[in-house]
Ligand binder design. Structure first.
Ligand code: HEC
Length: 137
């Protein structure tokens, strides 16, 4: 059977009720379509690297707040640092901040701030350092 007549069979309504190769082909085509859609949806989801603003809103804002002052409920509860305090920020090197974001803060076995090693790539952590420094400027 030529490609053209197979395509015609597919388009022909009667080919859908006849148990013929047409149906098998149609089934295969639908399956491919469903698979294609599923794969397409999967690759479309992670939209590449996130901006610092996006990462901050996703991971940090609940504790450190929109202004970095950590006056949110969770910020007060956890005793989060005031990132808008120039003295606090000046006492921290970029490496300190990097480590805090990547590995979190644990005191006496109690996790005060979780680490983001699994959730934020190193390159985006580096960008977040500059982002949080802006609160104190
Ligand atoms: C569950 C609340 C919570 C979340 C969410 C959180 N933090 Fe923190 N953060 C804290 C606490 C608590 C401290 C203070 C830890 C301490 O006392 O040393 C802190 C401290 C910091 C500090 C100062 C570190 C220091 O050495 O004083 C920075 C910078 C910081 N957080 C950035 C971030 C960033 C960026 C995110 C998001 C990726 C984030 N935090 C998410 C609670 C949180």
């Amino acid at each position: 059977m030529s490609v053209v007549s197979r395509a015609n069979l597919l388009c022909h309504p009667r080919s859908w009720i006849k148990p013929s190769t047409g149906i098998l082909v149609a089934l295969a085509v639908s399956l491919l379509c469903i698979l294609g859609t599923a794969l397409g949806a999967k690759t479309a989801e992670p939209a590449g690297p996130l901006s610092s603003g996006e990462n901050y809103r996703r991971h940090c804002i609940d504790c450190h707040g929109v202004d970095g002052r950590s006056l949110t409920r969770l910020g007060r509860k956890s005793g989060a640092s005031n990132l808008a305090n120039p003295k606090v920020m000046a006492s921290l090197s970029d490496a300190d901040i990097f480590k805090t974001i990547k590995f979190g803060r644990i005191y006496n076995g109690e996790e005060k701030m979780e680490g983001y090693a699994q959730n934020i790539p190193d390159a985006e952590i580096s960008e977040l350092i500059q982002f949080v420094r802006k609160f104190a400027k």
